[in-house]
Design a protein around this ligand. Structure first.
Ligand SMILES: [Zn+2]
Length: 464
């Protein structure tokens, strides 16, 4: 059991992330065994307690990322591969053959750099939706993602994805990336046994996450749901991101109806995207207590309908934020997505009869909202009894001049212009003053690029 005691002293301010928007000033945080045991001014000191000077800093609740595809770090920012000059089908035809060349070492390196990027910018719990299991992969892809998260000290929820529909039956995924439902379910079961920890304070959880209905055989989703419920783990998939026309053509129903029919909604499910949901569908989702990961970057990139967050908030839907994979974001920074999500809704505020969320609501989506999507009550707010997950910002830089009075709205309206000053996960400092303690950031970055180039250099050639 972790018995480490740490006193984070003299924070200028602390944004709790609670519903009331409570901000405390001139406070300390005492952490014992990875949990917050006290928050208050000038807490008692003891020679047995390690101390960390936080003067000049503002603490925010650790961010919780609810949707990502780490492997796509290997193919980001490719010149010529832009959403602005390609149709979706052209984009898929270019990107999927690249995905199919990646191997286990690539996934490991991509997971390391994506997770590290998230941590640098205040994320403390990360979910990844790994659905690339091509014929180059070994059998320990997700295990190695857990190893990457452990190296960095990040709380990690691994989504074990899959694609089971053959290309000649309408899939958009090359057959080299296809698995059988049985192989998928067997690996899910193995991973749950090896890594899933449901206890409070858990650092590792497994999520069963078939990629999307349009690339799955009919039995994949209901069998995945049944397996998840036998083991008490969460379910996740992409939904309402442009596939409804295909679903109507293929199954005679919209994708939410199809998910209802296949038991793939409920309090143990959260869905990525959802920009196609109608107000009536949002009500049904909310009534079923299904969660939603809103990823603003792909809405901008693919020119999708603006996600109806006002209706989602109005019905009490659980909403978290996600960066999405770097093939539809090119970045892995959740703090940036708080501002993107805010700006996106401002664009549509006059067209929606319901009020837009308030700026502070976006910080809460990225913290406590994300925690509810992942089914966790022990993270998401800076409060006594919660896991000691937070990040600190130094707002003394000129980019915050005149803006630091509104601490709760700052993440959405101003945005954080650089890395966090410090990120703490489970009471441990995992990022501080520009360094990952015990790790060489330059080496992480160059090793990843070497591996990516060795697998993709021949096909990308001058694109790199
Ligand atoms: Zn995605």
């Amino acid at each position: 059991m972790d018995t480490q005691r740490t006193l984070f002293r003299k924070l200028d301010h602390l944004v709790t992330g609670d519903a009331a928007g409570t901000v405390a000033s001139a406070v300390d945080i005492l952490v014992e065994g990875g949990r917050i045991s006290a928050i208050g001014p000038a807490l008692a000191r003891d020679s047995a307690i390690e101390e960390v000077d936080c003067s000049g800093l503002v603490a925010y609740p650790g961010l919780v990322n609810t949707h990502h595809h780490f492997f796509q770090a290997a193919v980001r920012n490719l010149p010529g591969l832009d959403w602005t000059n390609l149709t979706l089908m052209q984009w898929l035809d270019t990107i999927y053959p690249l995905f199919a060349r990646l191997d286990e070492e690539c996934i490991y390196q991509a997971s390391l750099v994506s997770l590290a990027d998230l941590v640098k910018h205040g994320c403390t719990t990360a979910f990844d939706h790994q659905y690339n299991f091509n014929s180059n992969m070994g059998s320990r892809v997700v295990d190695r993602q857990f190893e990457a998260a452990a190296l960095l000290g990040v709380r990690f929820h691994a989504g074990r994805g899959c694609n089971t529909l053959p290309l000649d039956q309408g899939s958009t995924i090359p057959d080299a990336m296809r698995e059988t439902t049985d192989a998928f379910l067997a690996d899910c079961e193995r991973l749950i046994e090896a890594w899933h920890d449901p206890a409070a304070g858990s650092m590792t959880q497994v999520v069963i996450a078939p990629c999307q209905p349009v690339n799955s055989l009919p039995e994949t989703f209901p069998e995945a749901a049944a397996l998840a419920r036998r083991h008490g783990v969460q379910l996740h998939t992409h939904l309402a991101e442009g596939e409804n026309a295909t679903m109507l053509q293929r199954h005679g129903m919209r994708s939410l109806d199809w998910c209802e029919k296949n038991d793939f909604i409920g309090p143990d499910v959260w869905l990525a995207h959802g920009w196609e949901f109608t107000p009536e569908e949002i009500k049904r989702l909310s009534a079923s207590d299904t969660g939603l990961s809103h990823c603003p970057a792909p809405v901008f990139l693919v020119g999708a309908e603006i996600t109806n967050l006002p209706a989602m908030i109005d019905t009490g839907l659980r909403v978290g934020l996600g960066v999405d994979g770097q093939a539809s974001n090119d970045s892995s920074n959740l703090a940036e997505c708080i501002r993107l999500a805010y700006l996106l809704q401002c664009l549509n505020a006059r067209n929606n009869p319901l009020p837009a969320p308030q700026p502070y609501d976006y910080l809460r989506m990225a913290s406590s909202g994300g925690a509810t999507c992942l089914g966790r009550r022990d993270i998401g707010e800076l409060a006594v009894g919660k896991a000691a997950d937070f990040f600190c910002a130094d707002l003394n830089g000129l980019e915050y001049a005149g803006a630091a009075a509104g601490l709760t709205s700052l993440p959405a309206k101003v945005g954080f212009s650089g890395p966090a000053a410090m990120t703490v996960i489970n009471g441990r400092i995992v990022w501080r003053n520009g360094e990952f303690p015990g790790l060489d950031e330059g080496l992480l970055r160059h090793t990843a690029d070497e591996v990516f180039n060795s697998r993709l250099g021949a096909v990308l050639g001058p694109l790199r």
